[in-house]
Design a protein around this ligand. Structure first.
Ligand code: NAP
Length: 271
């Protein structure tokens, strides 16, 4: 089995490791390198994985290195690792906005790099992750990396690096769009007379039910919408109001802003 080393043992590393362990990965094949002693102890007690504070010793043994530190410190953390990567492990970066070119500048031009963009529902094994590989991977390597992220939800490969910016605008930031809609529906549902608990449960179960129905149905989104919308009925009144205010246009502007921001962050790191 491949040795997988996480550099950084924070929230995202912990939720990935938790998912991996419940999906057939062995704690003996996973090591976390992390400077904070409390975080190391938490990793040991929660997941039973090996831990160290020595990034260089950890990566020299690794087949796959997952870079799971904050983007702002990635350069400072990654650069010293370059001297210990002659064995050419695969590098998986989950850091938002850091392009392959920056990672190769820090770590070495010859390395295979995978950029992964997970999202926060990974914490409850319901994440959505886009993956991009800088060079083609062996079938086993590709399957292993896909399994790591499938362990915390849905994972798919994208064809080009610029697609990762689109993934960021869709699913990386996407949970916040739905939380915003949740906030709005919760407030209005209470104004319409429901208590907070009832409003919250009805809203969230409706969101989950709509997502499940769409995932399992062969119908298109507009067919599903039309199934709920009888002519002259309550749903039609609401949908017409959304459309009169150009809901699609609002999303286009918002998601394009997220995409532009992701591109700008990548450009800044690319230098
Ligand atoms: N959270 C998300 O939803 C999400 C989604 C997509 C991508 N990401 C990406 O995932 C990465 C990690 O995010 P996170 O939320 O897990 O952050 P986090 O909880 O802050 O985890 C980062 C960890 O790295 C540790 N660290 C700091 N310096 C280090 C060093 N020199 N060597 C090794 N470890 C070091 C930190 O320790 P200290 O606490 O002691 O500083 C911390 O435990 C980020 O790049 C983020 O962009 C996160």
């Amino acid at each position: 089995m491949s040795k997988i080393v996480f550099i950084g043992g924070g929230n995202m590393a912990s939720c990935l490791i938790g998912g991996m362990l419940t999906n057939g990965f062995s704690s003996q094949d996973i090591m976390v390198s992390e400077p904070n002693e409390d975080s190391r102890k938490r990793m040991q007690s929660t997941h039973g994985v090996l831990t160290t504070a020595d990034n260089l010793a950890a990566v020299s043994q690794a087949d796959i290195i997952v870079l799971a530190v904050k983007p702002q410190i990635m350069g400072a953390v990654a650069s010293p690792l370059a001297a210990k990567l002659e064995h050419k492990p695969i590098i998986v970066s989950i850091a938002a906005g850091i392009p392959v070119s920056a990672l190769q500048n820090w770590l070495g031009q010859h390395l295979k790099i995978v950029r992964a963009m997970p999202n926060t529902p990974a914490m409850v094994q319901s994440g959505a992750t886009g993956l991009f590989a800088s060079q083609s991977l062996g079938n086993d390597q590709q399957a292993m990396i896909e399994n790591m992220f499938s362990a915390v939800g849905y994972a798919c490969w994208v064809a080009q690096e610029s697609d990762i910016d689109a993934v960021t605008a869709v699913s990386g930031s996407g949970p916040a769009y739905f939380f915003l809609i949740y906030e709005a529906m919760l407030k209005v549902a209470q104004e319409l007379g429901l208590d907070k608990q009832t409003a919250s449960q009805l809203t969230l179960h409706t969101a989950m039910g709509a997502a499940r129905l769409a995932l399992t149905s062969e119908s298109t989104p507009d067919e599903l919408r039309k199934q709920v919308t009888s002519p002259g009925g309550t749903t039609q009144a609401a949908i017409e109001s959304f459309q009169a205010q150009d809901l699609e246009g609002i999303f286009r502007i918002a998601m394009t802003s997220a995409l532009e921001r992701a591109k700008k962050m990548s450009d800044d790191f690319a230098g």
